[in-house]
Structures are given as C-alpha cells and as structure tokens.
Design a protein around this ligand. Structure first.
Ligand SMILES: C[C@@H](O)C(=O)SC[C@H](NC(=O)CC[C@H](N)C(=O)O)C(=O)NCC(=O)O
Ligand code: NI
Length: 127
C-alpha cells in the first residue's frame, strides 16, 4: 500500500492552486469538474501521482469557507533551508505563522506557513 493523497476542502480553487503552485512550487497535476455534484477536484504535488503523495483540493462550488476545527494539524514539506523558504513565502505574499527555528522541546528546524484557507503547512529542514 502507499499513501496517495490528503484531501482538503477549499473556498476558492484558483486561489488555492495559485498558492500551492506559485508560492510552494508544486505542479497542478490534474483538475476535473463534477457538474452533477457541483464540485471540482484539483490535484497538486511535487511529482506524478504514480510515485508522489499529493494534495487533493476539493472545491464545492457553493461553499466559500470552512471551519477547520482544532483536530487538523498540518501538511509537511521538506525544504533544504527553512529560513530561506520562509523568506521566499513572504516575498510571494504568503503568510508565515511560525518563523524557522528548532522545534520546541528539541528536534528539527521547522517553520509553519498558512495556505489561503488557513490550513497549516510545515516546512521541515532536511539537507
Ligand atoms: C516533527 C514535525 O513534523 C512536527 O510536526 S513536530 C511540531 C510540534 N508539534 C507539537 O508540538 C505537537 C503537540 C502540540 N501540542 C499539538 O497538538 O500541536 C510543534 O507544533 N511545535 C511547535 C513549535 O513551534 O516548535
Ligand atoms: Ni509535522
């Protein structure tokens, strides 16, 4: 078995695709409308689904925002330099909610940014 994707519901699909591609450097892998269900699915990631775990962006056409609750944590992305990754996000208009630095209670250098719907993305520095 293999982890295929994580699905998140988004309020504005083009806004989210713009964030995951322009700010986080992912590719738009595929997009499909389901008019009978009034929703669109778009898959974004750093490589093809045949060998990459990706994000499924679900856009319900009549829903503009969601209550993210307090259970969801984050998606995680490895970066060679978390400090630079945060600067790059800011340069591109993205929101850094936790600056790069060693994890509290000891561990890797991490940072957190937020996507347009408020979902948290963790940067983990991996050389
Ligand atoms: C290892 C890396 O993938 C992590 O996500 S650890 C990040 C760390 N997580 C926690 O502290 C989990 C417990 C916390 N009470 C919770 O429920 O979120 C984290 O968020 N550290 C904060 C920091 O600023 O380092
Ligand atoms: Ni994590």
């Amino acid at each position: 078995m293999r982890l295929l994707h994580t699905m998140i519901r988004v309020g504005d699909l083009d806004r989210s695709i713009g964030f995951y591609t322009d700010v986080l450097g992912m590719k738009l892998l595929r997009r499909k409308d389901y008019p009978d269900g009034k929703f669109t699915l778009a898959f974004v990631g750093y490589g093809d689904e045949v060998d990459h775990t990706v994000i499924e962006l679900t856009h319900n056409w009549e829903t503009k925002s969601y209550d993210l609750g307090n259970g969801f944590g984050h998606l995680a992305v490895s970066v060679p330099d978390a400090y630079k990754a945060c600067e790059d996000v800011k340069q591109k208009g993205g929101k850094v909610t936790r600056e790069a630095g060693p994890m509290k209670h000891g561990g890797s250098v991490i940072a957190f940014v937020e996507d347009p719907d408020g979902y948290k993305i963790e940067f983990i520095q991996r050389n």
